[in-house]
Design a binder for this molecule. Structure first.
Ligand SMILES: Cc1cc2nc3c(=O)[nH]c(=O)nc-3n(C[C@H](O)[C@H](O)[C@H](O)COP(=O)(O)OP(=O)(O)OC[C@H]3O[C@@H](n4cnc5c(N)ncnc54)[C@H](O)[C@@H]3O)c2cc1C
Length: 316
């Protein structure tokens, strides 16, 4: 594809992949987006089709059913193309799986855990989520209260989470739980799976936008989570979060900066038409409220590439 501003970040193989993603969005997302927005959730088949098209977890090693390509630029291309298309709900669902949940299950899992979860997350038969936020713990994750008490070969998990993306669709949920009173050294990551007794989904929350993204409440009542479902060591959860959150945020933000063609000119033409009709307030509200991330700085390909390069440098 050559109709985006050329950037030095990507190579030919990424641009070829961009065509695949664009075709995928037109064929598999565009026809269904309206219905998903109305229903408040994307269909699970989205993940299967994305897996089939090679859009999920590129870094999964071949032994676990993936391509074994640890190059996050492929994931950035997926994010850019969804951003460009405007199908934000489907885009967030997939980005969550690739950029937010994926790294925990790729980096912190042993061989047995990889065999259980990576093939499904990569072919889309499993949907992932991460549950950090609670009604009383958001930005300050050290305030998490959901607790997990060790009982032989299990942890007994109790608590509630809120605002969890992919919450209704998720089969595999990385839950941040408190295993001791120490604010930072007392958090542990546990994988809760669909069907575990005591794991219930609450409301699929209404939002201002991204109606097709199932941002949900999750409830855990005496859920017996096997020790084999722990990611990393007990008490290390906060440090895994601190390592992964900036990385996924960095990937996320650069991937949220679509090449200008998909966003900026369209917004400007709307704004200009507002101005032409003499309605300056309509012009500014369209530009700011319908697309808050479409600022000149965030849509600049130079800015996107610089951010992306910093991410790459930070990762290596
Ligand atoms: C669409 C959507 C999807 C989400 N998906 C997920 C998900 O998949 N998993 C998950 O765990 N969570 C998810 N969240 C939750 C999100 O991570 C939290 O909303 C976020 O961490 C902020 O927490 P909070 O809403 O409790 O706000 P608060 O922490 O109460 O913050 C409110 C405001 O105060 C500011 N603030 C907070 N602390 C300070 C401080 N010390 N100094 C200065 N300012 C401060 C914040 O910047 C913010 O503007 C999602 C949220 C949304 C809206």
């Amino acid at each position: 594809m050559t109709d985006t501003v050329p950037r030095t970040l990507y190579e030919e193989e990424h641009e070829q992949f961009r065509s695949t993603v664009r075709s995928f969005i037109q064929a598999e997302v565009a026809p269904h987006d309206e219905e998903w927005e109305r229903r408040g959730i994307v269909d699970r088949s989205l993940f299967l089709r994305a897996g089939d098209a090679g859009l999920l977890l590129h870094a999964t090693p071949e032994a676990y059913g993936g391509a074994g390509v640890d190059d996050w630029r492929f994931s950035a291309v997926v994010g850019e193309e969804f951003g460009r298309s405007g199908y934000a709900s489907a885009g967030l669902s997939i980005a969550l799986q690739n950029d937010v949940v994926g790294p925990y299950l790729l980096d912190l899992t042993d061989d047995g855990q990889k065999r259980r979860w990576l093939p499904g997350l990569t072919d889309g038969s499993l949907v992932g989520a991460i549950a950090m936020t609670e009604p009383d713990a958001g930005s300050d994750l050290s305030g998490i209260a959901t607790k997990a008490v060790r009982d032989g070969g299990h942890y007994v998990l109790d608590g509630s989470k809120t605002f969890i993306s992919n919450g209704q669709n998720a089969d595999v949920v990385v839950v941040v739980a408190r295993t001791s009173a120490d604010r930072h050294r007392g958090l542990t990551l546990l994988v809760v799976e669909r069907g575990m007794a005591g794991f219930e989904r609450g409301r699929n929350l209404d939002k201002l936008g991204m109606h097709g993204q199932d941002t949900s409440e999750l409830h855990f009542t005496d859920v017996r989570v096997p020790v084999e479902n722990r990611l990393g060591e007990e008490g290390e959860g906060f440090f895994h979060l601190m390592r992964n959150l900036p990385r996924s945020g960095c990937r996320w933000r650069s991937a949220r900066c679509p090449p200008p063609k998909g966003c900026w000119p369209a917004r400007w033409s709307t704004s200009r038409s507002g101005r032409r009709s003499g309605d300056r307030s309509a012009a500014s509200s369209t530009t700011s409220s319908s697309s808050p991330s479409c600022t000149p700085r965030s849509t600049s390909p130079g800015y996107s590439s610089t951010t992306a390069s910093r991410c790459t440098a930070a990762r290596s």
